[in-house]
Write a protein that binds this ligand. Structure first.
Ligand code: ARG
Ligand code: ZN
Length: 870
């Protein structure tokens, strides 16, 4: 069944108060709910039936105003309960029985390593009790948690107002959340947990207790998350003027979790991989991810909780805005240029593919079968780009005014994307009418730019053409309003002033299908630097020569575009290499690229982290994105040749940098140190390709001696990719011996193997699934093996005659019975078959069809597979 945005109707009844009592018992947890129900008079004065959502629940009893109902007075459907109503306001009492022990979907109430926890967004609350499980019904929650004393820690949202002992070795704690909230923000945790405590004083002097809960074995891994939380709280006060609003803020780490984390009011629940870190066990990337996600969930307290979403079509209202907020936070805490580069890489490699695939949807979708399938890169990352564009169009100050107005006006409400745009429009005075197309239209727009120079008149013209390919259900698109940031470079590489005020960068408003922008007083033919800072989520085409790109790489004043010029140059070269490969010609290195990379290595003004990024070739997925019919074999051949050839051409410089940066010092996740490790390990990854004993020795030494996981894992990956079976085996064994007891490090051990570009990976992946420590019920384990292989190992996933696709199909069919959400995510690579050349296309399609033929698919998997086959 498909749900449509156009069918939205306000709820028939409000729930003013929600009183829950959980009696946690093995095999039969009882949930009692007492609801104060009130007719929504805006919908009329009649008293329609009250329809509550409920999935996989055992209804024990139901009573209205103390009168219990007999079975013929209500109707119990598969996923709802229909009740008679005779008064406009009444108290409803429902008792249900649930089985958290056998809940492997990880939605609702479930067990993770013996700890009870919940995940209710988007529609998990209906697996706990019968309720109007929709975000526009906001209620004040009081929650009493009763459990055996072997679960000493009992948590829920808000403040604890009462606790006590009960007979049979049981105890209870009651929590009260003063802020009305939708059911998706409800949370409960019960377990044998330890915690670290700190306090934070808000700008207006509120003392907030900060608590981080983990299983006892992980308690030493909380420092970084706690520090990140304090930074987030301060940052939101300084940059957005947002203050925390309860006396306590809790974070709980759990091992079994479908996503990264969840912003439940006052009680965030995190995937342990997104909160726990120590230098010995977590990489720099993990440290940065933790900071970003702690920030993200914290920022939701305003953008998501205080102002929530009216319905799930508005998901990007909270997610796009919050991702934008966390990206700016990370940029402020670390290297802003690197953060921007990483986000754009993610967008190009993965979101563009989504926009071009069978599940393409606007950031505000028009319909869905299963909302879990719409927690996508489009809603999150492209949604954040849309907010960033508003920021680019209205400017920093008006944006802040707009956000103040939005929070002010909609505090305590369930709002829409339209409310957000309207607030921005009002505060800035800018017309955003056409801009709204970004919310309605799917697909990645293409900007085709050409230029001309009139020497006589000293006039320079930029001709801009925009288009957007058709997507499912949307053939024709209206032109977008695209903020197009540009600069012009003179022959010395300096920025040319573009107006009377002397600005050297302008944000052009591209609004029409075709448009020309003119600049006068331009003395010589300039070189354009286009889409600076990636000012809009579009594809850009301009016919740059290799020489021009090399020039931009060393001269552009926009750090992002310097990096991007390198990407474009590499893509040009890779295109030629693919053509040569297809023609059966010998592949040769284009020395212009080698020279440009050498200049990057030798430049003296380049930030080390940006330098490392500039030495990274575009990922296979990005190369694939730039062709209409993906030739996986040619892409793999071209890219791996180029990597090898660059290693050979740049050996002295690479080894120089490695030696310079190979110094012992205590670990710190500071951006300066992260930059050093990043460049060092980029060099190492190139050097081991040379198959020389001295570099293998270096990798081996780094592997054996480094005291931090960043260097250790990088060395291990280098060894595994070196092609030396013996060395690689012994390193993997040593790593396993040392870390088998730490699940998060074990996950890295899995992912490094499943991500290996070397032959035999598929067999290795099959073996890893049989490893005694692999669990099908753990999304982290599944992602580390099957995700690393099917979504991140382009080379090995596409190797052979579709064996990788078949493997994925079989696995997904099996996983669907355990965890539908994750199964539906994992299947996506083979839903993109249409974009591939023959015979890869047929192989993929056949595997996808096999999933459908398996029958009995979950709603989640069915939606993705059926749209993929359509
Ligand atoms: N709101 C959470 C976050 O972005 C994600 C929740 C994911 N839930 C889901 N069913 N996919 O921080
Ligand atoms: Zn979020």
């Amino acid at each position: 069944r498909t749900i449509y945005l156009k069918d939205y109707r306000a709820p028939d009844y409000w729930i003013d108060e929600t009183h829950l009592t959980f009696d946690l018992q093995p095999d039969a947890t009882l949930v009692e709910s007492r609801l104060k129900v009130r007719r929504n008079l805006d919908q009329g004065n009649d008293l329609p039936k009250l329809v509550l959502d409920g999935v996989e629940l055992e209804l024990v009893s139901v009573a209205i105003d103390g009168q219990s109902l007999s079975a013929d007075e209500y109707v119990l459907y598969d996923e709802s309960l229909e009740l008679p109503v005779s008064r406009p306001a009444f108290e409803l009492q429902i008792l249900t029985r649930i089985k958290p022990e056998s809940n492997t979907s990880l939605e609702g109430l479930y067990l993770s390593n013996g700890m009870y926890c919940t995940q209710c967004e988007a529609e998990g609350f209906r697996k706990i009790t019968f309720y109007p499980d929709r975000p526009d019904v906001m209620s004040r929650f009081t929650t009493k948690v009763i459990a055996p004393r072997s679960y000493p820690v009992l948590l829920s949202n808000g403040n604890d107002i009462e606790r006590g002992e009960l007979d049979n070795d049981r105890h209870f704690v009651t929590w009260q959340d003063p802020f009305p909230k939708p059911s998706y923000l409800f949370a409960l945790v019960a377990g044998d947990l330890e915690h670290v405590d700190e306090t934070f004083t808000t700008k207006n002097g509120r003392e907030v207790k900060l608590q981080l809960f983990t299983e006892p074995r992980n308690i030493h891994k909380c420092d970084h998350a706690m520090r990140s939380l304090k930074h987030s709280m301060r940052w939101d006060e300084e940059v957005y003027g947002r203050e925390y609003d309860l006396d306590i803020f809790m974070i709980v780490a759990v091992d079994h979790f479908n996503m990264g984390a969840m912003e439940n009011k006052g009680l965030n629940i995190f995937n342990s991989s997104c909160v726990l870190a120590s230098p010995e066990t977590a990489t720099d990337a993990a440290f940065q991810r933790i900071e970003a996600i702690v920030g993200h969930e914290y920022f939701h307290n305003w953008s998501g909780n205080r102002v929530t979403c009216r319905d799930w079509f508005q998901l990007s209202l909270k997610e796009g805005f919050t991702v934008f907020r966390d990206a700016e936070f990370s940029a402020d805490m670390n290297s802003a240029a690197v953060k921007r580069i990483e986000d754009v890489v993610l967008l190009r490699a993965s979101q563009f593919a989504e926009d071009a695939g069978p599940m393409a949807h606007p950031i505000r979708p028009e319909s869905y079968m299963e909302i879990s399938n719409f927690y996508t890169l489009t809603v999150y990352e492209k949604g954040a780009e849309v907010v960033r564009m508003i920021h680019n169009i209205v400017g920093k100050e008006a944006f802040r005014k707009g956000s103040d107005l939005y929070f002010d006006r909609h505090d305590g409400q369930a709002a829409t994307c339209e409310d957000f745009v309207a607030a921005m429009e009002e505060a800035s005075g800018k017309d955003l009418e056409q801009f709204r197309n970004w919310y309605n239209q799917a697909g990645t727009p293409l900007l085709e730019v050409s230029d001309s120079f009139d020497e006589q008149k000293s006039e320079y013209h930029l001709h801009v053409k925009q288009s957007c390919p058709p997507t499912p259900g949307q053939k024709e698109k209206q032109p977008f309003h695209i903020p197009f940031a540009i600069g012009l470079l003179d022959s010395a590489g300096k920025d040319i002033p573009l107006n009377a005020q002397g600005d050297t960068q302008l944000v052009l408003d591209v609004t029409q299908t075709e448009q020309t922008f003119s600049f006068d007083g331009v003395g010589e033919r300039p070189l354009p630097s286009l889409l600076r800072g990636f000012s809009a989520p579009v594809k850009l085409r301009y016919d740059y020569s290799a020489e021009q790109l090399a020039f931009l790489m060393s001269h552009d004043s926009d750090g992002f575009n310097r990096w991007d010029a390198g990407q474009r140059l590499a893509l040009l070269v890779l295109e030629d290499l693919q053509a040569a490969y297809r023609a059966g010609e010998q592949l040769v290195l284009d020395t212009r690229l080698a020279d440009a990379y050498r200049a990057v290595l030798e430049a003296d003004d380049l930030d080390l982290a940006v330098r490392a990024k500039m030495l990274e070739l575009p990922a296979e997925q990005i190369i694939a994105e730039s062709s209409d019919a993906i030739d996986a074999e040619a892409i793999i051949a071209a890219r791996s040749f180029l990597k090898q050839a660059l290693a050979e051409a740049l050996e002295p410089q690479l080894s120089n940098w490695y030696t310079r940066l190979d110094v012992e010092k205590p670990y710190s996740p500071s951006s300066a140190d992260i930059a050093e490790r990043s460049l060092k390990n980029t060099c190492l990854a190139y050097l081991v390709l040379l198959q020389k004993p001295e570099y293998r020795t270096l990798a081996n030494k780094q592997f054996a001696q480094s005291g931090n996981m960043t260097d250790c894992a990088a060395a291990l990956a280098a060894l595994v990719n070196s092609g030396d079976e013996v060395l690689s085996r012994s390193a993997l064994d040593a790593f396993y011996e040392k870390w088998q007891e730490d699940p998060l490090v074990f996950d890295q051990w899995l992912a490094i193997q499943a991500g290996s570009a070397r032959f035999g990976t598929l067999q290795r992946v099959r073996d890893l699934l049989e490893h005694p420590a692999f669990e099908l019920t753990s999304p982290n384990k599944v992602r580390s093996v099957v995700g690393a292989f099917a979504m991140r190992n382009f080379t090995q996933f596409h190797a052979g005659e579709g064996e990788g696709f078949d493997f994925l199909a079989d696995f997904v069919i099996r996983l669907d019975k355990v965890n539908p959400q994750i199964a539906a995510r994992l299947v996506t690579p083979i839903t993109r078959w249409r974009k591939y050349q023959s015979p890869m296309q047929e192989f993929m399609h056949a595997s996808l069809a096999r999933v459908m033929a398996a029958g009995n698919l979950s709603k989640d998997l069915y939606e993705v597979v059926s749209k993929g086959l359509a």
